[in-house]
Design a protein around this ligand. Structure first.
Ligand code: SF4
Ligand code: SF4
Length: 284
């Protein structure tokens, strides 16, 4: 798979924020040259700030939210019992919907025996897209205060072109939005730092990926700092280390100026392309 000749979907994830996950995703996409780059970190998307795509297009994302017609309600409480998110409170003569807790699953409207709950559409965020050279960048923006990023992540992934190499920048952590973003990927790159915190979060993500059956490899960022715990763990677990990015003042400076480092350090392009080759080999 030299330089992305075979179309694969590669997620780039990390158990915690600040490990350089976005840096890896952006530099990998730039090294390949022709790719789709999906920013699924919809609560704090930042890939577009690094790549500065032109001619940005966007589309609102709607979800259904319940509206209670109180004149039909007899306060039986069935909706509150059924709601898995405690978004409805019913007391004698009173019903309250906590919109910020509602995940728009529609269950309450379905089970209400008096048809006292109707569903209405509400905008929860936007999916946006634009081109930066040969890279089509697609990102999501979750509305402020919206509890559930999944509909926006799904909208971003919905624009995925199966016929091209796709790089997916996943939100940090190991929670539901991370699972939504990595689900369906052919391979996942786990970016970590060689520190005890990095190792702790790496273990969590390895568990998630194993349950999902997604093959993985590790990129160690800020290599040279910290200890050997991450290396020993990867060896023990049979997880390949695909690339080490040293703790380098120049890389850090470029990052702080919002410049992907392969643009100023072209020698790294070959290293990222070799990483793609290695992923191809690992996937057989
Ligand atoms: S299930 Fe329907 S009738 Fe019963 S409390 Fe909820 S909204 Fe009211
Ligand atoms: S739509 Fe789902 S999450 Fe929202 S209040 Fe109804 S049951 Fe609860």
């Amino acid at each position: 798979m030299p330089g992305g000749e075979v179309e694969v979907k590669i997620a780039v994830a990390s158990g915690k924020g600040g490990t350089g996950k976005t840096t890896v995703a952006v530099n990998l996409a730039l090294s390949i040259g022709e790719a789709q780059l999906l920013d699924c970190d919809v609560e704090a998307p930042n890939v577009h700030l690094l790549l500065k795509p032109g001619d940005i297009d966007s589309k609102p994302i709607y979800v259904k939210v319940p509206r209670i017609l109180e004149d039909r309600c007899d306060y039986c409480g069935r909706c509150a019992e059924a709601c898995n998110f405690n978004a409805i409170f019913v007391a004698r003569g009173q019903i309250i919907l906590f919109e910020e807790l509602c995940h728009g699953c529609g269950l309450c409207a379905k089970i209400c025996p008096r048809r006292a709950i109707v569903e209405e559409e509400k905008i929860v965020g936007f999916v946006k897209w634009g081109w930066a050279g040969g890279i089509e960048l697609i990102w999501g923006e979750l509305g402020v205060g919206e509890p559930s990023p999944e509909p926006v992540i799904e909208a971003v992934k919905g624009r995925m072109d199966e016929g091209r190499t796709v790089i997916i920048d996943v939100a940090p952590g190991a929670s539901c939005p991370v699972v939504s973003a990595v689900y369906g990927s052919d391979f996942c790159i786990l970016v970590t730092e060689p520190t005890p915190f990095g190792l702790h979060d790496l273990r969590q993500m390895v568990g998630v990926l194993r349950r999902l059956g997604i093959p993985m490899g590790v990129v160690v960022n800020k290599a040279g700092l910290g200890d050997r715990g991450v290396y020993k763990y990867c060896e023990m677990e049979g997880i390949p280390i695909l690339l080490e990015i040293p703790f380098d003042r120049r890389i850090a400076e470029l990052y702080s100026r919002g410049i992907p480092f392969i643009q100023e350090m072209p020698e790294w392009r070959g290293r990222f392309l070799k990483l793609m080759d290695d992923i191809g080999r690992l996937m057989g």
